[in-house]
Write a protein that binds this ligand. Sequence first.
Ligand SMILES: NC(=O)c1ccc[n+]([C@@H]2O[C@H](COP(=O)([O-])OP(=O)(O)OC[C@H]3O[C@@H](n4cnc5c(N)ncnc54)[C@H](O)[C@@H]3O)[C@@H](O)[C@H]2O)c1
Length: 377
Amino acid sequence: MSETRPINIAIAGLGFGAEFIPIYQRHPGANMAAICQRTQGKLDEVGDQYGIDKRYTDFADLLADPDIDAIHINTPIPDHGAQSIAALKAGKHVACTVPMATTAEECQEIVELTQSTGLKYMMMETVLYAREFLFMQELYKKGELGKLQFFKASHQQDMEGWPGYWPGLPPMHYATHCVGPVLGLAQNQAEYVSCFPSGTIAEEMHDCYGSPFAVETTHIKFKDSDLSAQVYRSLFDVARQYRETIEVYGTKKSVEWPLIEGEPLVVHTAGKPEPEIPERVECPDFGHLLPEEIAPFTTGGVYGGEEGGEHLSFTQGGGHGGSHPHLAHHFVKMLQSGTDAYPNAVQSANITLTGILSHESALKGGELIKLPEWSLQ
Ligand SMILES: NC(=O)c1ccc[n+]([C@@H]2O[C@H](COP(=O)([O-])OP(=O)(O)OC[C@H]3O[C@@H](n4cnc5c(N)ncnc54)[C@H](O)[C@@H]3O)[C@@H](O)[C@H]2O)c1
């Protein structure tokens, strides 16, 4: 597959999903063709705001539209698997927000559908394209970290009061923000996991998913590698500011995410006198990697149009490390070039299953669980 015409993209789910509309509208390789969400009022509000005429309240009607090449799914977590499967069966390429699905069976079906149809799938994991991650990856690729020795990552968020499917969700069922980057830095795969539970959430949430755990900490052994990673997660009843972190430890340099959001990264350099080993480093922006039309979306700043006449302020850059335009760009580029973006279907399954199987391990007191062969490349 190699397409030079713009890719006709539809977005389903217009909460978080609406943030991607202006990016696709300005991407030179995309045509922001249609939007879909359940209630007509919100659908029209968003459609009118961005000037999008094709609007669907029913996901099945969107799938039946022959003009749509690809669907970017941003609906609630329990729908990701079934909607991705339905979209692939309808002949559409799929980008889906995290996680890929909530069961191993759905992940496997998505992988098999991409293999049997040649259609493309990408899980839109924001941390994999956040500036902090891109900075660490750049250091690694330039050899500045030396040999990689260990990863640590966390995602702590207080979901108290969040509606619907959130209460009682096992922490490791939403682990892609921390599993993704530790596997993604050198594009490794998880081979097996062992996860320990710790603490207890409020009793009324125990039956929601049969999970009483406040914190889950998993160890991930990487395939064909001497590396492993430690990842921990909490969602309820733990006093902690929202934080998604990665720490990467190398022989020459190590990089640690700050303890408090918004503070600089800490880079440790081997061979310096002890007090000089750590250095606070402001993370650079990576907008220069993007087409100029969408580069301003990484910073949340003001966009000046060609004539200097267009001035829009964006909110995206402040959140998720400026990742949204990178995600949209990699998805479009994948569909135009035919070359997979990271993470493709198998890689997305490996990342998502690491969380799902870690929770299974926690339920069995830390038992070691292997990732299935079909999730390894
Ligand atoms: N950093 C990240 O990667 C990140 C950040 C925020 C949200 N998310 C993910 O994005 C998704 C949406 O989160 P949100 O906060 O916008 O949720 P939300 O509940 O505010 O919005 C969900 C949207 O999906 C639509 N929807 C629900 N069922 C649908 C259906 N069957 N067909 C079509 N549309 C349907 C709703 O109408 C609504 O527009 C979640 O899966 C969440 O995990 C990811």
